[in-house]
Design a protein around this ligand. Structure first.
Ligand SMILES: Cc1ncc(COP(=O)(O)O)c(C=O)c1O
Length: 396
């Protein structure tokens, strides 16, 4: 397929220019870059910060759990932040210009957000996705004017995206490599700064733990670096889903760790330890069975009166681990984790019993354990496949 076929036919009014402003398409070189940056910054200015929701039910005495609701971004997930940062990074590095074809390897969410920004700038966008990506994400990419190319083997997305970009003189955004460095980890209202700012009037304003499941690893990298940079005593727990290489890579200090099976929790869990995963900032990891992630996403959806996605379930199980650990140590305080995206994207999968049965996932035992944990504060070890904790110099 030639790149020429991929120019976005749905130009945005912003890219086409508004009264009194030159059309972005009429500019080139640095003038194009300046106007493109302005359009992206203006979009950021128009949108509000995401909410930090306090969980209504106290699960552990003296321990408050909060969830940063990243589903409310204009493109529905935490990846709105990453897409903005990746594209700004490419523009400011001189790698993205007015005729650049943008290409990405994604499990879906990032591509939705990148398609949105590509349209804002009138650029073509091409997503390389695993064939089992949820239908609603594919529809959202197409709605935003992006194009999709599917691969059967999820681990083939990287190579295919690189090949397509090279053949079409395109730019491979490569979230799995660049997520950790395109975000301003010292501040600039990144997700970590926003969390600490929003916690500032809470009873326990410095969280004991922040919990995050890894896809690129970029969000946990930003949070972890920010914690050290600002001198907080907060610890970072990364909750890895069942089929993923991150846990083994971190535990064994093995950057080459691999997992042969594709993750069933969309957005998190990878076949390899992605370069954006920064193990040095992680204090603890838990390995979460898929049945627990899905059970947690359903239980949490009931608690919050709205559906959350599978990776949010993984996060919630990690938050239960952190709360139980604090309880056992007699600690009081707060735990923060994320709502990564809405469960409405997963009506066909995590909220569909026939899909679960076809996957051989029986959530009943894990749902019972989580419901019991909500009532009694007791979190059984069986809720996790493994756990690891290390005391590092900066968190001792
Ligand atoms: C739904 C969802 N949750 C969580 C994540 C993980 O975030 P990160 O890539 O910053 O590790 C992703 C990443 O794609 C995602 O799509």
């Amino acid at each position: 397929m030639s790149a020429a076929h991929h120019r976005s036919d749905a130009r945005s009014p912003a890219a086409a220019g508004r009264a009194g402003r030159p059309a972005l398409s009429a500019l080139s070189g640095k003038a194009w870059a300046r106007e493109a940056v302005r359009l992206i910054e203006a979009e950021g200015r128009r949108t509000a910060d995401t909410h930090l929701i306090a969980l209504p039910a106290p699960i552990f005495p003296g321990i408050d759990i909060y969830m940063k609701d990243e589903s409310v971004h204009p493109t529905g997930s935490l990846k709105h932040r990453l897409a903005r940062s990746l594209i700004l990074y490419g523009i400011c590095s001189g790698a993205i210009g007015k005729d650049t074809v943008l290409v990405e390897a994604s499990s879906g969410s990032t591509a939705v957000s990148e398609a949105y920004y590509a349209r804002l700038l009138g650029l073509s966008f091409y997503a390389v996705l695993p064939r089992n990506t949820s239908r609603s994400k594919i529809e959202a990419i197409l709605q935003h004017g992006g194009r999709c190319h599917f691969v059967d083997e999820p681990s083939a997305i990287y190579e295919e995206a690189g090949r397509f970009a090279a053949e079409n003189n395109g730019y491979y955004l490569d979230q799995f490599t660049y997520a950790e460095r395109v975000t301003d980890w010292r501040g600039n209202n990144n997700i970590a700064e926003s969390i600490f700012e929003q916690m500032s009037l809470e009873h326990h304003r410095e969280p004991r733990w922040i919990v995050m499941a890894p896809g690129t690893g970029g969000t946990s990298a930003t949070i972890g670096r920010y914690i050290v940079y600002r001198g907080f005593a907060t610890r970072l727990c990364v909750a890895d889903p069942e089929h993923s290489a991150f846990f083994a890579g971190w535990r064994d200090a093995d950057a080459g760790a691999a997992c042969p099976r594709a993750s069933r929790i969309e957005g998190v869990g990878r076949p390899r330890v992605e370069r954006s995963f920064i193990p040095g900032v992680v204090d603890a990891m838990v390995k979460v069975p898929d049945a627990a992630s899905v059970a947690a996403c359903r239980v949490l959806s009931r608690l919050l009166c709205r559906r959350v996605g599978g990776s949010t379930g993984t996060n919630f199980v990690g938050a239960l681990w952190a709360g139980a650990r604090m309880r056992a140590a007699g600690e009081e305080g707060s735990v923060v984790t994320l709502i990564c995206d809405s469960g409405d994207r997963y009506a066909d999968t995590y909220f569909n019993d026939a899909w679960l049965a076809a996957q051989g996932i029986d959530i009943a035992p894990h749902a019972a354990m989580i419901e019991r944990a909500l009532e009694t504060g007791e979190v059984p070890a069986k809720l996790f496949l493994d756990e690891g904790f290390r005391t590092q110099p900066h968190t001792a």
